[in-house]
Design a protein around this ligand. Sequence first.
Ligand code: CO
Length: 347
Amino acid sequence: MKIDMHAHFFPRVTREEAAALDAPHAPWLHVEDDGRRGQIMVADKPFRPVYQALWDPAVRIAEMDEQGVDVQVVCATPILFGYAYDGQRTATWSRRMNDLALAHCSHDPDRLKALAQVPLQDLDLSCREASRAKADGHVGVQIGNHLGKRDLDDQHLVDFLTHCARDGIPVLVHPWDMMTDGRMKKWMLPWLVAMPAETQLGILSLILSGAFERIPASLKLCFAHGGGSFAFLLGRAENAWHCRDIIREDCPRPPSSYVDRFSVDSAVFDQRALRLLVEVMGVERIMLGSDYPFPLGEQSIGALVAGSPWLDESQKAKIRAGNAQAFFGIGAPREAAGFAQPGAAAT
Ligand code: CO
């Protein structure tokens, strides 16, 4: 059994539909005449070249079969979040994107699961949409790691996370809206440098603010990309906590004591990084996540975990599927690759 819990979709939103959110900046999808290639657009500017698996669930399932992926949890491409706009307008947009996510997954609902997006700039509307989406069949929500100048420790975001804890809604935090100007302009540096830092910032803001002391421990929280720079630099934060009182001001316990409050995905691309991640986070808090179908994702989904020389089979099984089953409450798919077809058991 293999569950890929970090994968993206982008529905076939036309420019006209995107204009209802914001004409100059809302994202939409341009699909080439062959139907196979496309471009995420922002107004008339190309944002990212993409291909059919992003919007066509039949292609997604065919590639999952090739990769031996039984279940994929899909979420919005972060450019769809719409946090900068009027809350009510983004609530309508989020609901539409969430309905389109479920429509995508309805192609094979046992194997495709969706995370919802929410109008995070409005607490009431985002809590309402998260709970509505859960009732509709989404297995959790995805949020960005910040809301403009506010990090995850902002009371507004802590209240949203608390709502998710109380309503049993798992949360994936995805880095987005990274620093892109100036020295970051070239070589996709925002994705290589700023994204891991954004994720580390999100985690440390929850730890050092003491927010984890207030958010119910029942919250199921996961950070993308192996938690970014967090695991590698936890020792730096730990040393700082011991040596500088301003770092202990709001955080009563050493940073390392909070690693049991969240999970991370496995998208770290290097055996040494995976080993460190397992040692820092514990094997129960790592879930297979590929960032499919983007070029910066794991191209052979699960190969890093499968090829690990230091993980035993039971540890690999937890990372590959067991942890995500528990986190999202996902059962085994009835018709997934390697499983008996319906009716087969009766013969
Ligand atoms: Co991603």
